[in-house]
Write a new protein. Structure first.
Lengths: 1037, 512
């Protein structure tokens, strides 16, 4: 690597210096066109195609020595339009720079990769430039969007390496389907599946879109609603994220870019544990075997004797006598036992890319290495990405282009989740607070080979969990496309393209013999193969009629073929300990394989009618034919239309106050299909009866298919305005939308006495309406200092209008006694569980000082009220700094950390009443059917155990609102010097997920989520999120 | 050159246009599920294998059979996580019970019946009717009124997704008719079955099971409907109505030695240690009586902390249970290894139970002209129960009692001589108590019988959460209130409050 680097540097030097033998000196002066700004110091002037350049001095003057064959100078300055100027033999070139009115003529990538002027759009899109997200790099690109895109709710699930993240734009619209946007890379849709399972005994192994490499992103455009995304079909009804990768440029000389981001991760927030009392029950503890053989020594709770008061008690770590019986040793606290368990995680991402081109072709080649070591010992994640793109015009009007990304992602171990011995966080809530985990790191096995641990009833030695129970991952993925385009005339062009997303994903899970949950060991592995090929064509006709009218029409078609395959093998019990192979199964191994295929053919037409470049009518219509729907219903057509007008142009408003105003309106519809094989009933294979003559078994699945399904429909309207004031110093973009999703294809629950538990039907309606606001202000703009503030705000009102007839609750998921439901009349994501038993006034009823279980009811809702973000950016000469604050307000969550930690006496608040007891706030029976205030004292142990169980979920429901300091960047970009071959040298300090500025949830990051699927609002003892601090360095040659 | 390229390009587009997007003729092929057989391809034998295993698993499921059955009838108790033992059942378990018996094994059985009809295989029809009767009887005995006449019609030509609830009275009548029909189908038909892991495709055993099951149901509703005619008919014509004649006829699934075909208790004990044998049954079999019941050597293990058998009182709080006698975990008896073994049989109905039914029938005058006395049947019931565990009793007792020469008959003779001799003065109490003892590990059926007989007298859980009463039925599943609310409401209105204390139709006496 190093050698290659040197070689490249050398080549650059050699090529640079040999070429410029004959030179000419060019001088000049640069000023601003803005009234009162005058000359501009610090403008970069570069000879195009070279590294030769100069910077204007304090009086705005520059002087540079250019080769005689140089043709063009490039002037660039922050806040001004970068401009190329022909030299044309001149030796003095003065230049007046135009301010770069942000975004006025900004071009954005829209559906099907079509670049459009923002002002011509009839719907809301928002984009993020690649360099905004590469410095403070997130390993999961979804997290980079946090606080930046109005209306996007992003939930990073946990601090585990390689963990998944969820993004939902404009609220949840599908009852049970995918509610995340479609990701499209260079025109090719890619899969964003969750690779792991986050059930009570699973591992979060990330999501598909995390394979997108931030270093290769040129722009990332968010098409928010159906109005913007209708052209992508049903998969895009939850929005689209269009990723355009970096490309080489025509005529660009060979450039090498290098960058490195190194960050260090520590837990953002750990629970507050108590350190006053150790393991046990009722104040008593004595260790004999850690499994109930002593006094409460099988118990994994901390209701034991007081710590640090000179007690001597036999413990797991105590010295043993000749018979192996533990002897009393000091009963003392280890306040940092959990904190010290975590290590400093590291994330090192290095990118090297090569771009170049000549007049007929260009290319880019990029390699990125990401290596992550988790905060949890012995966890890691690695990803290598090789990206390639090239464009060529072998003959005039004909363009070939291709791009490809090869991703190799993997992990030697990702941590376990949920209510299982595999989850170390669970163990810290069910705990003996006196346990010194360091001892368990130093020693995991006793001399006799038995496991050394503080508990042998429920928990593994946590270090053994992390070193033996490995969860491996290996994914090879190729995303790429090839395209041929021909420009028939100035008005007519066409392309055909084919591309795909192809990957194999291997995951394995192993459990050592002796694991508490898997005493006889376990090994399972799954390989998923995924292949989706999209082939499309598009004919484009674009013509101006007279000076006033512009008309365009596009005709396109797409064929999508998707094939998925899953192969799974499991050894439920191991014959030879320590050998993790399906063949090493002590019992009949289980196998599973499944193949699914699906095709969608599409034809679409769309275009635009423009008048005077100030009034625009856009239209589109698409017809899909899906293999998943029954004959007669498998063809569905959906139109969209939008209108936008630039008010300031139409009415010729030229005002220093209102510099630009545009209004827009649109209406769109998107149809949708379903999963393969949803029409006809089949029977399934069970595990088999493994007698000497094995008997296969079959069972009728619980889901009743439906041969009469029809397409689902999503209809939305959107109004918006884009306004700029005070010479664009204030920019405001407002959007209102209203979206209805009807005829959803959903598996509604039916009475099991019908023989099935669910039936696939068209049913239900979910409405989302809301407002999005984007306000950008430039409070200060001096010649060398600029301050920009960008606010975004989004309020979405989600309402489940109807489920199927007679169905009042739709279960999204449940963990322990808590269910997450959709219920008509309210927002998606009702947290449904047991409340306390209460009197008619709502007071908790205590019996003998303890509360009891009341009715099942809605305890909260996971859907937030509004989301917001504030980004501050400062530039001063070469310095730039920014910080980003984001917030989620409203929305509840259930925290299992609180339930477990209070039941088990682990959390700080369980110290309350340890000596004097607790009198619960509420009432008790007066013996005559009425109630009087509760006066009965309960022990802290009894009180917490009665209040914090799965029998009463309401005690651990919290308002999950938060304000977070999401990101800080501080960097310096060195001035390019003609004498120095290194260009654009930038050094930055970066930090992400830095602080929770406001929260109402105790002990945990309120942003936690148990899964990145539709079941939100649950925290289940997952690993704390990471605070990430580090630096980034980048340069070019 | 240029023209050529354009032509190629245009031709390609044309091809795409004409043949690609609108072409849907492959769609049915693409959307054909390659992973699973269609219902028409399904072999009833494979469905039968699954239905028998799934149904037996559910009957013996830990939370249901072992806790809502065995703990509530005080054969077992819980030393950790004692919620169920304190009469706080988990709603998820109740939902799963309903789902499993109706949608899983229940619908498999219905599908076997349907396939038997279409292929004119009377044997599959009969076996399906018997299994369906077993499943339905458990459902109605557990909940009371449940769907039956409109059940399992979700994929019918005129589908019913929200079945009405039938009264237990009418369900019982139908089940008895179905069992009679099954017996007739097996008597007259010539079809055969395969995939039968319960009776190894022996249709005579299915006939015996059908008729024995009829006896069970006739006796269970005997406080409502006099069973004399039916029971007499069965007993007096063994050729037409064969019933269990020995333990060899028992309806018991012989579980296999390894997961997933092992006994549910075995699977549970791999990772959990929450259960102990109840103090109630150990006191009766051992502690209170110097003349022991030798089956204790099979039913329970001596405490790991040493000493003789000690039972755990039912329904203590977890703290009290953990500290019982100083250490509840080590000072009380676990279930015998006979029952926690991987191959422990999954008992659905035993020979002994049939004998106790007949003993009661004679005693209550339900058999006219019986050649055998109540005592004869009673003795045969006790003997049958002992012989059911014969080898295990002899192996466990060897060296402990009576010397190495004692055979099972010695243990039986000794038990009768010292303890279990028939006493006409308290015949029913004896029959019921011995039946309760014999039905250890058949938690659900033991519990249903106790609901009917209230014998032996049981003291409710110490820290019970059900108003100092032992539950006599389960709540309806919460799933039903969301999915079938109207019909559920009608059933509740008819039957009484949807709680643990509303007696089902055949249960005519309050227990306290």
């Amino acid at each position: 690597m190093k050698k290659l680097f040197l070689l490249i540097v050398l080549l650059v030097f050699v090529s640079g210096y040999t070429l410029f033998a004959q030179t000419v000196v060019i001088t000049g002066k640069v000023a601003s066109s803005v009234e009162g700004e005058g000359i501009i110091p610090g403008v970069t002037v570069v000879v195009k195609g070279t590294t030769i350049g100069a910077i204007t001095d304090a009086s705005g003057k520059y002087s540079l020595t250019a080769p005689v064959n140089a043709t063009t100078l490039i002037f660039s300055y922050i806040g001004m339009k970068t401009q190329e100027v022909e030299i044309a033999g001149r030796k003095v070139i003065d230049y007046v720079m135009q301010p770069d009115l942000v975004g006025l003529n900004e071009v954005v990538v829209t559906a099907l990769g079509i670049a459009k002027e923002k002002k011509a759009l009839g719907y809301s899109v928002q984009d993020v430039k690649g360099d905004e997200i590469t410095k403070a790099k997130e390993t999961n690109v979804i997290n980079s969007l946090q606080g930046r895109i109005s209306g996007a709710q992003i939930t990073a699930s946990s601090g585990a390496v390689g963990a998944s993240s969820r993004i939902v734009i404009r609220g949840v619209s599908s009852l049970s389907g995918n509610n995340q946007p479609l990701f499209v890379v260079d025109g090719i849709p890619i899969d964003n599946a969750n690779f792991g399972s986050t059930t009570t005994d699973g591992t979060n192994r990330g999501n598909g879109a995390a394979d997108i490499n931030p270093d290769d992103i040129e722009t990332l455009t968010v098409l928010k609603g159906a109005n913007a995304s209708a052209l992508y079909g049903s998969r895009a009804s939850a929005g689209v994220i269009v990723v355009t990768t970096k490309k080489g440029k025509k005529g660009e000389k060979l450039t090498i870019s290098l960058s490195n981001t190194t960050t260090f991760e520590t837990p953002l927030k750990l629970p507050d544990y108590q350190n006053g009392y150790g393991q046990g029950n009722g104040g008593a503890f004595k260790y004999v075997n850690g499994a109930g053989g002593g006094i409460n020594d099988g118990v994994d709770e901390s209701w034991g004797p007081k710590l640090d008061v000179g007690l001597m008690i036999p413990q797991f770590s105590s010295p043993v006598d000749a018979n192996g019986v533990p002897q009393p040793s000091p009963w003392i606290s280890h306040p940092n036992n959990v904190k010290d368990f975590f290590e400093v995680g590291t994330t090192v991402s290095t990118n090297v890319s090569l771009t170049g081109g000549n007049e007929k072709s260009n290319f880019r080649l990029s390699y990125t290495d990401l290596t992550q070591n988790g905060m949890v010992p012995n966890t890691d994640f690695k990803k290598k990405t090789l990206a390639f793109s090239a464009t060529s015009n072998p003959i005039e009007k004909l363009t070939f282009s291709a791009s490809g990304n090869y991703v190799n992602a993997g992990s030697d171990n990702q941590p376990g989740y949920g209510y299982a011995a595999a989850n170390v966080m669970q163990q810290f809530s069910w705990t003996g607070r006196q346990v010194d985990y360091k001892l368990l790191k130093a020693k995991q096995l006793n001399e006799d080979g038995s496991i050394y641990n503080w508990n042998h009833n429920y928990h593994n030695n946590p270090y053994m969990t992390l070193t033996e129970d490995l969860n491996k991952l290996r994914r090879d993925r190729f995303i790429g496309n090839a395209m041929v385009k021909y420009q028939f005339t100035d008005n007519l062009s066409a392309y055909i393209r084919t591309g795909g997303d192809i990957y194999s994903n291997f995951i394995s899970t192993q459990k050592f013999v002796g694991d508490m949950d898997y005493p006889t060991g376990y090994y399972g592995e799954t390989v998923n193969l995924y292949r989706e090929i999209n082939s499309d064509f598009l004919v484009t006709y674009d013509k101006n009629f007279g000076t006033d009218f512009n008309f365009s029409f596009n005709l396109g078609g797409n064929r999508m073929d998707r094939l998925t395959q899953e192969n799974r093998g499991t050894a439920p019990e191991l014959a030879v300990p320590g050998v993790y192979n399906v063949a090493n199964s002590a019992v009949t191994p289980t196998v599973f394989n499944e193949y699914k295929s699906k095709r969608i053919n599409s034809l679409y037409g769309f275009g635009q009618l423009g008048y005077k470049n100030e009034l625009f009518l856009e239209y589109s219509v698409r017809n899909d034919w899906s293999s998943t729907l029954p004959k007669g219903h498998n063809s569905y057509l959906y139109p969209a239309i939008s209108l936008s007008g630039v008010i300031t142009d139409m009415f010729n408003i030229q005002s220093p106050i209102l510099s630009f105003a545009k209004v827009r309106a649109s209406w769109a519809q998107v149809g949708g299909d379903t999963d393969p094989y949803s029409l006809e009933p089949t029977v399934s294979f069970g595990g088999g009866w493994n007698a000497s003559t094995k008997l296969l078994n079959l069972y009728v699945p619980d889901l009743l298919p439906n041969a009469e399904l029809k397409p689902q429909t999503n209809t939305s309207i959107e109004f918006g305005a884009d306004m700029r004031f005070f010479l664009d110093r204030v920019r405001l973009d407002v959007t209102y939308y209203n979206q209805k999703s009807i005829d959803q294809i959903v598996n509604i629950p039916i009475s099991a006495s019908s023989g099935y538990t669910a039936k696939t039907v068209n049913a239900g309606e979910i409405d989302n309406k809301g407002v999005e606001l984007l306000l950008a202000i430039t409070p200060v703009k001096l010649s060398d200092f600029r301050w920009d503030v960008t606010f975004n705000f989004a309020k979405n009102q989600n309402k489940v209008v109807a489920l199927a007839e007679g169905v009042e609750q739709f279960l999204l998921g449940s963990y322990w006694s808590l269910q997450v439901l959709a219920m008509p009349g309210g927002a998606y994501g009702v947290l449904w569980g047991y409340d306390y038993d209460r009197d008619p006034q709502g007071n908790i009823i205590y019996t003998d000082g303890l509360p009891s279980q009341g009715p099942l009811k809605a305890l909260g809702n996971a859907t937030p009220d509004w989301l917001g973000g504030m980004l501050n950016e400062f530039t001063y000469k070469g310095f730039n700094a920014s910080f980003l604050i984001d917030t989620k307000q409203g929305g509840d969550m259930y925290s299992m950390t609180t339930t477990w930690g209070r039941y088990a006496g682990a959390l700080k608040e369980t110290l309350i009443g340890r000596e004097g007891g607790i009198v619960g706030v509420g009432v008790m029976s007066d013996g005559n059917g009425g109630y009087v205030p509760n006066t009965v004292v309960a022990t802290a142990e009894a009180f917490n155990k009665a209040s914090y169980t799965s029998d009463i979920a309401s005690s651990s429901i919290f308002d999950a609102s938060y304000v977070k300091l999401r990101e800080i960047k501080f960097g310096y970009t060195f001035r390019n010097s003609p004498k120095f071959p290194v260009k654009d040298l930038n050094v930055s300090f970066v930090g992400r997920n830095l602080a929770i500025l406001s929260t109402k949830v105790p002990h945990i990051d309120p942003e936690s989520a148990f899964t990145s699927g539709n079941v939100q609002g649950l925290e289940f003892g997952q690993l704390p999120s990471a605070r990430s601090l580090g630096f980034s360095i980048g340069c070019k040659f | 050159m240029k023209r050529k390229i354009i032509n190629y390009f245009a031709a390609t587009l044309l091809v795409l246009l004409l043949f690609s997007p609108g072409c849907t003729k492959d769609f049915q092929e693409i959307n054909k599920n390659p992973n699973s057989p269609t219902v028409a391809q399904a072999a009833p034998s494979m469905l039968l294998t699954n239905a028998i295993e799934s149904m037996t698993d559910r009957v013996h499921e830990i939370f249901l059979g072992h806790e809502m059955g065995s703990c509530w009838v005080q054969h077992m108790a819980k030393v950790q996580y004692p919620d169920e033992d304190r009469y706080v059942p988990r709603m998820s378990v109740i939902n799963n019970t309903w789902t499993s018996f109706y949608a899983a094994n229940g619908f498999d059985v219905q599908t076997i019946y349907n396939l038997g009809k279409t292929s004119n295989n009377t044997a599959y029809q009969a076996v399906a009717l018997i299994l369906k009767s077993y499943i339905t009887s458990v459902l109605t005995d557990e909940f009371g009124d449940v769907p039956y006449t409109q059940a399992w019609l979700g994929s019918d030509a005129t589908p019913i997704l929200s079945p009405v609830y039938d009264t237990q009275e009418s369900i019982y009548a139908t089940l008895l008719t179905n069992l009679d029909e099954a017996n007739t189908l097996l008597t007259t038909g010539t079809s055969e079955i395969s995939g039968d892991i319960l009776f190894d495709n022996d249709l005579m055993k299915w006939r015996k099971f059908a008729n024995s099951l009829r006896l069970r149901l006739l006796m269970r509703r005997s406080d409502r409907v006099n069973p004399t005619t039916d029971i007499t008919a069965i007993v007096n014509d063994p050729d037409k109505y064969p019933i269990f004649e020995s333990n060899a006829d028992n309806a018991a699934l012989a579980y296999l030695g390894s997961a997933p075909n092992n006994n549910p208790i075995n699977e549970n004990r791999k990772t959990r240690d929450d259960h102990r044998v109840s103090k109630t049954i150990i006191d009766i079999m051992w502690t209170n009586n110097p003349n022991m019941d030798y089956r204790i050597i099979v039913y329970a293990l001596p405490p790991s902390g040493g000493g003789n058998w000690v039972g755990l009182p039912n329904g203590m709080t977890s703290t009290d249970a953990a500290n019982y006698l100083g250490n509840g975990l080590t000072k009380t008896s676990k279930i015998g290894s006979y029952f926690s073994d991987a191959t422990a049989p999954g008992m659905l109905m035993s020979y002994a139970e049939v004998q106790f039914i007949l003993a009661e029938a004679v005693q209550r005058g339900f058999i006219t002209g019986s050649a055998k006395t109540a005592e004869d049947y009673y003795n045969e019931g006790v003997t049958g129960s002992y012989k059911q565990y014969g080898d295990a009793i002899v192996a466990g007792g060897n060296g402990k009692w009576g010397g190495a020469t004692w055979k099972i008959d010695n243990y039986i003779a000794d038990y009768f001589a010292n303890y279990a001799a028939f006493d006409p003065a308290k015949a029913l109490e004896q029959i019921y108590t011995e039946k309760w003892l014999a039905m250890f590990d058949q938690g659900l059926q033991a519990k249903f019988e106790w609901n009917r007989t209230n014998t032996p007298i049981l003291v409710p859980a110490i820290a019970g959460q059900n108003g100092d009463k032992i539950p006599v039925r389960a709540y309806y599943p919460s799933d039903e209130s969301g999915r079938n609310p109207t019909n559920l409401a009608a059933a509740v209105a008819r039957q009484g409050a949807d709680d643990l204390n509303t007696r089902v139709w055949w249960d005519t006496k309050d227990n306290f």
